[in-house]
Design a binder for this molecule. Sequence first.
Ligand code: FMN
Length: 202
Amino acid sequence: MPSIAIVYFSGSGHTHLTAEAIAEGVRKTGNHVELLRIKGEQITNGRWQDDEIMEKLDRADAIVFGSPTYMGGVAAQFKAFLDAGSSAWFSRKWKDKIAAGFTHSGSLSGDKQGTLIYLSIYAAQQGMVWVGAGDLPSQYLGKTDGVNRLGSFLGIMGQTIMSMTGGEAILDSGDRLTAEYFGQRIAEATKRWNLEQLAIAT
Ligand SMILES: Cc1cc2nc3c(=O)[nH]c(=O)nc-3n(C[C@H](O)[C@H](O)[C@H](O)COP(=O)(O)O)c2cc1C
């Protein structure tokens, strides 16, 4: 059974809710999923370290990367984690694992594309196999469920107007469904890729 790790940072909870919805999608396919949340406290003198998380990522068949969009790119906390992943780059530990990405921001655009482009470049540097989003924006199908309402294909995007007063994070119902379907797609792609790898090896 393929094992999928979702590694992400979330400051105010929206990226966390998205990660949970992706995990729900993975579970619906009967596959194993692990949610790994990066925390600012794991960074000392600019360097992120958590050996337990790294070991779990080394064991996973697929890694899904998630970060809120901060200033048009990945959050600094998540970048510190990604840079720590350079140890896996040297040893090619994550090579040939499935990879995918997601982001959340406050504005409808908010330059979220920048975050997904960076995450896909990162996966390429690691020698990973990037899986994009497969769903057509559902309005093209005459539906109002909000699936891929932001029309993103490199990975998935979600958006919630930023609250200036705090409060509990909520996820748009379309963004939640988009994330669930994405989780299913990643799990199915991982299963197919693993079978292919097995066939080549035997
Ligand atoms: C430092 C900082 C920079 C941000 N930059 C952007 C941005 O470039 N574009 C945007 O649309 N929203 C931006 N936002 C809003 C966040 O992306 C938004 O609040 C998002 O939901 C945060 O995700 P989270 O709840 O998982 O932390 C920024 C927020 C912060 C705190």
